[in-house]
Design a protein around this ligand. Structure first.
Ligand SMILES: C[S@@+](CC[C@H](N)C(=O)[O-])C[C@H]1O[C@@H](n2cnc3c(N)ncnc32)[C@H](O)[C@@H]1O
Length: 280
């Protein structure tokens, strides 16, 4: 029996080693996807990721599993910017976590998400709580909102990082301007890079730089682009990167917390569009 137990222990160690090795291979393979796939395929993968994770969610998870509360950074944003009423557009609303919490505080909330199943839960929950928040299935990369309607736009769940490519993120941000009321604020949540110094990540980045030289590769690949569980995210490398990216859109950064990964933007209050100024 002792001999058998020793044999099992050896097998367990071999499995552990293989597990670590396979994990690194998987990290490497998913790490090179952002350099191989064009941006529209990366965003397509994100949709598939959420379609799979929300599949049959209403029957799979009990209601007690959800929390319809704000995260502490979101609470801070409301307090710091004295947001107490107005229209809020929530992008990537999911099952309605922040939409419902915001509606309970008296905001008029519209939540958009690409996934229908998650919105059904959000909508049922809003009705059960006697709230008038509205939810609609839409792609936040092609906003179906008319000019100058929205007081606040919220994009939580680090979804600003889900848009591949600096220029695409900037073009998307610029496209928000006409949707916002004059004093409108855009609240964005982004991912900050914590692991880029590891050997595996350095190797992935070197490989990706080589891959982007091949025809058909993703030319908008940047250091910080990652893919995990088929979900693309851009992790910002430092505060300068996110600040300069936001600043170059012509928006003013009202507030930015690097450590909490969020920013509050507005556009020029005097009505002038810095992008249309001579020399811009
Ligand atoms: C990380 S979850 C965040 C959910 C919720 N906002 C929260 O913070 O708890 C991201 C959500 O964005 C949605 N989403 C992803 N890509 C989208 C797109 N292009 N347009 C609209 N919604 C999208 C997903 O379906 C998912 O519900």
């Amino acid at each position: 029996m002792r001999l058998f137990a020793s044999f099992i222990i050896v097998l367990v160690r071999i499995c552990e080693k293989m597990d670590g090795f396979l994990f690194r291979v998987q990290q490497l393979l998913t790490g090179i996807l952002p350099a191989l796939l064009p941006p529209h395929e990366l965003t397509g993968m994100i949709r598939n990721h959420y379609d799979a994770s929300y599949k049959d969610v209403a029957t799979r998870l009990p209601e007690t599993w959800y929390k319809w509360t704000l995260e502490s950074w979101e609470e801070d944003v409301l307090a710091r910017h004295t947001m107490t009423s107005g229209t809020i557009l929530v992008l990537g609303a999911g099952v309605g976590r922040e939409s419902i919490a915001l509606a309970q505080r008296g905001f008029s909330v519209v939540g958009l998400d690409i996934n229908r199943e998650s919105l059904c839960i959000a909508s049922q929950q809003a009705t059960a709580k006697g709230l008038t928040s509205r939810f609609a299935q839409a792609d936040f990369l092609a906003l179906p909102v008319g000019p100058a309607r929205v007081d606040y736009l919220f994009m939580s769940g680090i979804m600003y990082s889900s848009i591949p490519g600096r220029e695409r993120r900037q073009a998307w941000l610029r496209s928000l301007r006409p949707c916002m009321s004059e004093q409108g604020l855009v609240v964005l949540n982004f991912l900050i890079a914590r692991e880029l110094g590891t050997k595996t990540h350095r190797l992935i980045h070197r490989l990706n730089r080589l891959l982007t030289m091949l025809p058909g590769a993703n030319q908008s690949y940047q250091l910080g682009d990652t893919c995990s569980q088929n979900h693309f995210l851009h992790a910002f490398v430092d505060e300068h990167e996110i600040r300069s990216e936001l600043h170059d859109t012509g928006a003013s950064v009202d507030y930015l917390s690097w450590h909490e990964g969020h920013a509050v933007l507005t556009w020029s209050r005097n009505g002038a569009d810095p992008l249309n100024q001579p020399g811009a």
